[in-house]
Design a protein around this ligand. Structure first.
Ligand SMILES: [Zn+2]
Length: 115
């Protein structure tokens, strides 16, 4: 029996593709403090040059960090890692004055209005 038999065009994109943008449980714990910092910044959508500037490191080092983070979180692409970053923002962000809106995407939080 196929677990995809009930999947239609209107099905959840995660069910449709089988790709769920969440790393393995505890995956974030496998990251070093620096990798968590890189992951948090990646969620801004900025490019490697800007990330390198923010972190005070070379672009190639940023790429190496992202590759290691993707591997540890079981993600295939940089964009998938960025999605994990956004979903994990409330966990990763240590700023008590965080003004971001991403907490609305945290598990258990009320769904955002699309109206
Ligand atoms: Zn924040």
């Amino acid at each position: 029996m196929s677990e995809r038999s009930d999947v239609t065009d209107t099905a959840c994109a995660y069910r449709r593709t089988g790709i769920v943008p969440v790393g393995e449980a505890g995956g974030l714990k496998a990251l070093t403090d620096r990798e968590r910092e890189v992951l948090l910044l990646l969620g801004t959508g900025l490019g490697n040059r800007r990330l390198a500037s923010e972190l005070g490191i070379a672009e190639r080092t940023v790429k190496a960090h992202i590759a290691r983070i993707a591997n540890k979180l079981g993600q295939e692409t940089r964009l998938q890692v960025a999605v994990v970053s956004v979903l994990s923002h409330a966990v990763l962000c240590g700023d008590p004055s965080c003004p971001c809106r991403h907490s609305a995407l945290s598990p258990g939080a009320p769904r955002m209005s699309v109206a």
